[in-house]
Ligand binder design. Structure first.
Ligand SMILES: NC(=O)c1ccc[n+]([C@@H]2O[C@H](COP(=O)([O-])OP(=O)(O)OC[C@H]3O[C@@H](n4cnc5c(N)ncnc54)[C@H](O)[C@@H]3O)[C@@H](O)[C@H]2O)c1
Ligand SMILES: N[C@H](CO)Cc1c[nH]c[nH+]1
Ligand SMILES: [Zn+2]
Length: 434
């Protein structure tokens, strides 16, 4: 039976459980992941290779960690031509969207005669992109991360992605990386990859920031390494809300609910609506659609929608105001809006990684080809974090230039405040300056 919740009758604990999503608490994994991170810090490549053998069941020597130019060329040759073309098309859209985000490199404004203040925008010197490959390969994650990094002008873009059991890296991901201008690719996955990017090893030079989604081991490693490097936005198990009114088509709603649910057993996919008729229709349609999925996707969806630990389901609200309020409180990674007038609702929708308006904008378009970025904050972090963008790969530095004339305008105010805060050297620096 697909989970059904009547929002108004949930108690505080039941509501909190829905908002919390999957049960895997990253905190509980920190002690498990800490020795992995420390081993990579202390023993470098040797530790990487040991964990690769243990968790990825691949035996390699250190000189094989880095993917070679020949492997990338081979990937171009062997990749199915339609997939190659689709990756190129999608990258074009993602590229032109992210190019529009690029801010001016540098600007100054005159605050007063002789007082210039501004900003300089600089790409981060080196970034690591984590591209998952456990439950499947993700060339789309590769170009969603690498495209904005490349447009931002990052001089060193490094990718870590787990090897397949035969030691190969997914050819579609290699093609995507190459088309986006990635500089270095390493076949390393999990917590050990994040540690290698943070500390460096004999083979991998450290980077200053790591970003990209991953499983709970990857997330736990990022949390441990917060402070050693910038760990980017929290991108954990995929999740979505489909917000609908009674105008929504149950067939499309049922189909779209399975989209993010099929990522994994810990994915959360929710329908939030004030229409009991819609819920009843979707409840009838979902079981057959789930049963028609191949494994392991079928089990992932069954777990999410039907099992005790599953965090997907159908939520009935008393009206659309309550539906919108719950959606904003949940702050989903992906938000699909199937209502009569989606643009009229848009100003009310505050917290989501992305908002896809209307029944012809299903989440897969955003996942792959629309141009917007699909690497989005999960776990409620859309309350404060933004979608991945060129800004994840840029930093702002304040600029100032003051002439003798301008200085005279600011020195008195500055001295007064410095003395008030008890900083004599600060005050002295703006006193009798020739
Ligand atoms: N938010 C997003 O944008 C987005 C996009 C795609 C995928 N995802 C999510 O990313 C996750 C991908 O997870 P995945 O597992 O498929 O791939 P992954 O690459 O994150 O993890 C695979 C790695 O985990 C390590 N590992 C496996 N078992 C381990 C163990 N017992 N102990 C320690 N390490 C172990 C292995 O080293 C392996 O290389 C999913 O949760 C998916 O929903 C999110
Ligand atoms: N839904 C994922 C982000 O949560 C992105 C993705 C890639 N491939 C399929 N889906
Ligand atoms: Zn997806």
């Amino acid at each position: 039976m697909v989970h059904f919740y009547e929002l108004a009758s949930l108690d505080r604990m039941q509501r909190a459980r829905l908002l919390r999503r999957a049960e895997v608490a990253i905190d509980d994994l920190l002690d498990y992941v800490r020795p992995i991170v420390h081993a990579v810090r202390d023993r470098g490549d040797a530790a990487l290779l040991e964990y690769m053998e243990r968790f990825d069941h691949v035996q390699l020597s250190a000189d094989k960690l880095r993917v070679t130019r020949a492997e990338i060329d081979h990937a171009h040759d062997v990749l199915d031509k339609d997939v190659h073309q689709a990756i190129k098309h999608a990258i074009q859209n993602v590229r032109s969207f992210h190019e529009r985000q690029m801010p001016h490199e540098q600007w100054f404004t005159q605050m007063a005669p002789g007082v210039m203040a501004g900003e300089k925008i600089t790409p981060i010197t080196s970034v690591g992109l984590y591209v998952p490959r456990g439950k499947g390969a993700f060339p789309s994650v590769m170009y969603m991360l690498a495209t904005p990094a490349s447009i931002a002008g990052v001089p060193r873009i490094v990718v870590c992605t787990p090897p397949a059991p035969n030691g190969d890296v997914d050819p579609a991901s290699l093609v995507a990386a190459d088309l986006c201008g990635v500089h270095e690719i390493y076949r390393i996955g999990g917590a050990q990859a994040i540690a290698a990017l943070a500390y460096g090893t004999e083979t991998i030079q450290r980077v200053h920031k790591v970003t990209g989604p991953g499983n709970p081991y990857v997330s736990a490693a990022k949390r441990l390494l917060y402070g050693t490097l910038d760990v980017g936005l929290p991108a954990g198990p995929s999740e979505s809300i489909l917000l609908a009114d009674d105008s929504a088509d149950p067939e499309l709603v049922a189909r779209d609910l399975l989209v993010e649910a099929e990522h994994g057993p810990d994915s959360s996919s929710l329908l939030v609506t004030d229409s009991r008729a819609l819920i009843e229709a979707v409840q009838k349609l979902l079981p057959a659609k789930i049963a028609a999925l191949p494994e392991p996707r079928q089990t992932f969806c069954r777990t999410g929608f039907e099992s005790e630990k599953g965090t997907g389901g159908l939520i009935l609200t008393t009206d659309m105001t309550e539906a919108i309020a719950f959606t904003n409180e949940y702050a989903p990674e992906h938000l699909e809006v199937h209502v009569r007038e989606p643009f009229a609702l848009l100003p009310e929708l505050k917290n989501a990684g992305e908002i896809l308006l209307g029944s012809h904008t299903p989440t897969p378009l955003g996942n792959y080809s629309l141009g917007t970025n699909a690497i989005l904050p999960t776990g409620g972090f859309a309350h404060t974090f933004s979608c991945t963008s060129v800004f994840d790969f840029l930093k702002r530095t304040g600029l100032g230039y003051v002439t003798r004339e301008g200085y005279a305008q600011l020195s008195e105010t500055t001295r007064t405040l410095a003395e008030f805060e008890g900083f004599p050297s600060h005050a002295q620096a703006v006193t009798n300056r020739p």
